[in-house]
Design a binder for this molecule. Sequence first.
Ligand code: SF4
Ligand code: SF4
Length: 121
Amino acid sequence: MSLSPLAGAPDPEGADCVACGRCCHHGPSTVQLLEDDELRLGEERVRRLTVVMDRPPYFRFVKNDGARCGALDVSVPERYPCAIYDARPEGCRLVEPGSPCCLEARALGHLGTSVEFKRTA
Ligand code: SF4
Ligand code: SF4
């Protein structure tokens, strides 16, 4: 499920992100965790919110909830805060408000292909 597109550029400091949430709508196996991401998240949240591929190379990803990230807090209608914001994986930090992949996500209603998640460790 993607959301409706949003017009225009958001606040560069992220003031519009909780009301937007478009970049946190994407397919499964999108947000990969590196070692530092796992440490920052801690064992309990790693167990609850992530999943490992069932075949090599056994990368770990944040679980999906349908067509959106499973770490998205959808308890309040039309609000999309990240439930693990302070400990969110490095990959999520690449999508800065107003960046090309942010603008693409807002135009599509979900994360597009312009964001590149690169494994660095
Ligand atoms: S698409 Fe842009 S404005 Fe929307 S939540 Fe992501 S970074 Fe924030
Ligand atoms: S971990 Fe947080 S910031 Fe990253 S995609 Fe999921 S909800 Fe969005």
